[in-house]
Design a protein around this ligand. Structure first.
Ligand SMILES: Nc1ncnc2c1ncn2[C@@H]1O[C@H](COP(=O)(O)OP(=O)(O)OP(=O)(O)O)[C@@H](O)[C@H]1O
Length: 281
C-alpha cells in the first residue's frame, strides 16, 4: 500500500461503502492525515462533486470537514478530515446500549449538526449510527454526505429507486420524498438505538421493515429498557411520527434538551387536526 494519488500517499484501507472505497492517506507536503474516498464509477462523479461542494461549505464541530475534490486518471477522489475512533454503531454494539446521559449528550450534538445543515437547506438523508464517529475526546462527528443534497435541488432524487438505509428511512422516503423532517425521523431512530441497543423497526425483509415504518409501529423503548425516563420515551414518540409536518424539528429537539418541560406542553393544534380529519372522511 504505497500508492500515491495527487500528492497523497494511501496508507491504509478503511472500508468500502455505497459509493466506493475509503483509504487513510497522508498528504506528502503537509504530512496531514486524511481520509480519501475513491468513487468506483466515473458516471457518479457529478454526484460526488455534489457531496464535495456541499460539505466544503459546511463548518460545524460535529461534522467532518471536506478538504478537496479532484478527478485523477478517471478516478474521482474526495479528500476528507480523517476521524479516528469507532463509529457510534460500534460503541452501541459493544456496550449493548448507552446510558441515558450519554444518549442525550450525543442526541444534542447531532441535533445541533442537523439544525446547522437544515438552516442551510441541506438534508443529510443517510443519518445512522454507522455514519457517526466518536473522536478520542468522545465528540461525535457526522460523516458521509453520499446522499446529501440541497433541499431545493430535486435532480438526484429522480433515480426511480430508494436510496438510504431502510431501517433509518422515514415513511415519506418510501414514496421518494425526502426533506429535513426525514433526517429528524432518523434522529429518532438513532436515539432509540442508543437507549435500547435495538432498531425500532426490525424485520427479516426490507418490505417488512417498510410496512412497520409506514405505520410507525414500534415497541415502546420502555419494554426493552424499563429504566428509560418518560422524557426520553416522549421525545421518541414526537420524532417517530408518520406525518413529517407533525414531527419535531432539529431546533425543537435542541429547545427540549434545554428545557425538557416543553415536552409536556400540549399541542394546541391537535384538536383542530382531529376535527379536520373527521371532516375529510
Ligand atoms: N472521514 C473518515 N474518517 C475515518 N474513517 C472514515 C471516514 N469516512 C469513512 N470512513 C470509514 O470508511 C469506511 C467506508 O465508509 P463509507 O462512508 O464509504 O461507507 P459506509 O458508511 O460503511 O456505508 P454507506 O456508503 O452505505 O453509508 C467505514 O468504515 C467508515 O467508518
Amino acid at each position: 500500500m504505497n500508492q500515491t494519488i495527487r500528492g497523497y500517499t494511501l496508507t491504509q484501507w478503511l472500508g468500502s461503502g455505497g459509493m466506493g472505497e475509503v483509504y487513510q492517506a497522508v498528504h506528502d507536503s503537509t504530512q496531514r492525515t486524511v481520509a480519501i474516498k475513491l468513487l468506483s464509477q466515473l458516471e457518479q462523479a457529478e454526484r460526488f462533486r455534489n457531496e464535495a461542494a456541499l460539505q466544503a461549505s459546511v463548518r460545524h464541530p460535529h461534522i467532518a470537514l471536506i478538504y478537496d475534490f479532484f478527478v485523477e486518471k478517471n478516478l474521482p477522489c474526495l479528500v476528507m478530515e480523517y476521524v479516528e475512533g469507532p463509529t457510534l454503531q460500534q460503541v452501541i454494539r459493544k456496550n449493548a446500549s448507552l446510558s441515558e446521559e450519554a444518549a442525550w449528550k450525543y442526541l444534542g450534538k447531532i441535533a445541533s449538526a442537523l439544525d446547522y445543515l437544515h438552516q442551510r437547506d441541506i438534508i443529510h438523508r443517510d443519518l445512522k449510527a454507522g455514519n457517526i464517529k466518536l473522536t478520542r475526546e468522545g465528540q461525535p462527528k457526522l460523516l458521509d454526505f453520499g446522499l446529501a443534497r440541497q433541499a431545493n435541488s430535486p435532480r438526484l432524487t429522480r433515480q426511480g429507486h430508494l436510496v438510504g438505509t431502510v431501517a433509518s428511512m422515514a415513511p415519506e422516503q418510501f414514496s421518494g420524498e425526502s426533506n429535513a423532517a426525514s433526517d429528524c425521523w432518523a434522529l429518532g431512530v438513532l436515539f432509540y438505538e442508543m437507549l435500547t441497543g435495538y432498531s425500532p423497526f426490525g424485520g427479516s425483509t426490507d418490505s417488512e421493515i417498510g410496512r412497520l415504518i409506514q405505520k410507525a409501529d414500534y415497541l415502546s423503548p420502555v419494554k426493552l429498557q424499563p429504566a428509560i425516563s418518560r422524557a426520553s420515551e416522549r421525545l421518541i414518540n414526537k420524532l417517530l411520527v408518520v406525518s413529517p409536518e407533525r414531527r419535531l424539528t432539529a431546533r425543537q429537539v435542541l429547545d427540549i434538551i434545554k428545557e425538557p418541560a416543553l415536552l409536556d406542553k400540549s399541542d394546541w393544534m391537535e384538536p383542530m387536526r382531529k376535527l379536520w380529519g373527521k371532516m375529510k372522511l
